[in-house]
Write a protein that binds this ligand. Structure first.
Ligand SMILES: [Zn+2]
Length: 386
């Protein structure tokens, strides 16, 4: 609050000599500043609201105060300041827009999404806040999971803001596809996936969603084709697609085909073995030799694990005691992996157990990536704090 008062006072101190003499200061204004300096916020607010005349100098201060209140989380006060500005009859159009925009942000901060949406929509129709208003609208529709409206706002924003929102809009369509599929409306779901992929740089989520739809419709052939494409083309989605592939091959009793396909993949991309292993550990996938080999290699290579168990020694034992020892270590790893976050946002570090397409913390799309190692440091910290 002191900063705002200082800033307001500074405005009057900064005037150049050759500017016309400043208007005499309003007595309410000085009283208000005095209250602010003494941290008597309520009295200050009352005094500022009582000021009948708002001129160019004081209106700036009102805006500064309003946004300061909002930043401090005192949204009710911010709302009163901005409503007070809007109520002035002599307000210029530009200042009215600024006040409406500020008030919309207050409502958003207060969680009053309906009111915020109304005001941002009005500003998006035509004002110098069009682009920011559309950005805020996208955020509101994302929160409300109103994907149709989000697509509309996103497309208008692409035109006005001059930047591509292809990935974001593709995700909006995928959200619609998943919602339709969840209701059993597979025809609409497939159409939404097509829209997600049309003319946009592909997010593999479209393929994954389409694969899930095929799986749910018992079209295993299509599902397998798509899941295979995902693990061939996209490294990190192995974590999502591999368990589905294993389930289908196992159900169809074609594990030897799966063996061949995975061997070919790992010959081409040996670096993917650790994610295959970690995915198998988390999902308890066992009994498929090529995957079990990845898991064993993973356990032998894991440096932190070596501090707990003598894995090298285990591997030299006779086959049956070696197998049961590996199974025990693997079981323990699986428990650890399921109790530590599996996905982490590359932008802000937010982590979760399940893949979240939109980060709940920084609100960015498709920024999470799966861990391919047990996060021992997290486990140890977890044990200390609990
Ligand atoms: Zn994030």
């Amino acid at each position: 609050m002191l900063a705002a008062a200082g800033w307001a006072l500074g405005r009057f101190g900064e005037r150049d000599e050759d500017e016309e003499a400043p208007a005499p200061l309003n007595i309410d204004y000085l009283k208000g500043l005095n209250f602010l300096l003494n941290e008597q916020t309520d009295q200050a607010l009352e005094h500022f609201l009582k000021m009948v005349r708002v001129d160019d100098q004081t209106i700036e201060t009102h805006f500064a105060l309003g946004s300061l209140f909002r930043r401090r989380g005192e949204v009710d006060r911010a709302i009163r300041i901005h409503q007070n500005i809007i109520a002035r009859p002599d307000l210029a159009a530009e200042q009215r827009d600024q006040a409406l925009f500020s008030l919309a942000k207050d409502y958003l901060a207060a969680g009053l999404l309906d009111r915020a949406e109304k005001m941002f929509s009005r500003l998006a129709e035509g004002s110098r806040y069009q682009v920011q208003a559309l950005e805020s609208l996208c955020g509101i529709y994302e929160q409300e999971r109103d994907w149709e409206k989000a697509i509309d706002a996103g497309q208008r924003l692409e035109v006005l803001g001059g930047r591509s929102l292809a990935l974001q809009i593709a995700h909006y369509y995928c959200e619609l596809a998943e919602a339709a599929a969840a209701k059993g409306d597979y025809a609409s779901a497939r159409q939404f996936v097509k829209n997600a992929q049309a003319g946009r740089p592909r997010t593999m989520r479209g393929a994954l969603t389409r694969a899930h739809i095929a799986r749910d419709m018992d079209d295993n052939k299509t599902a397998l084709k798509l899941y295979h494409r995902i693990i061939d083309e996209n490294t990190y989605l192995i974590a999502e697609a591999l368990p589905e592939i294993v389930a289908i091959y196992t159900r169809e009793d074609k594990v030897s085909e799966l063996e061949r396909a995975l061997k070919a993949l790992l010959d081409k991309h040996p670096e993917r073995a650790s994610l295959v292993a970690y995915t198998a550990i988390v999902n308890d996938i066992g009994g498929i030799p090529v995957i079990d080999d990845c898991v064993e290699k993973y356990m032998l290579d894991e440096p932190t694990l070596g501090e707990f168990v003598d894995v090298q020694h285990l591997s030299s034992e006779d086959k049956s005691s070696r197998d049961s020892a590996f199974a025990r270590v693997r079981g323990a790893l699986s428990k650890l992996a399921r109790n530590t976050p599996r996905y982490q946002c590359q932008e802000c570090g937010f982590s979760s157990q399940r893949l979240l397409w939109q980060c709940p913390s920084c609100r960015k799309w498709e920024t999470q990536r799966p861990a391919s190692r047990v996060q021992f440091d997290t486990v140890l910290q977890h044990n200390i704090t609990n």
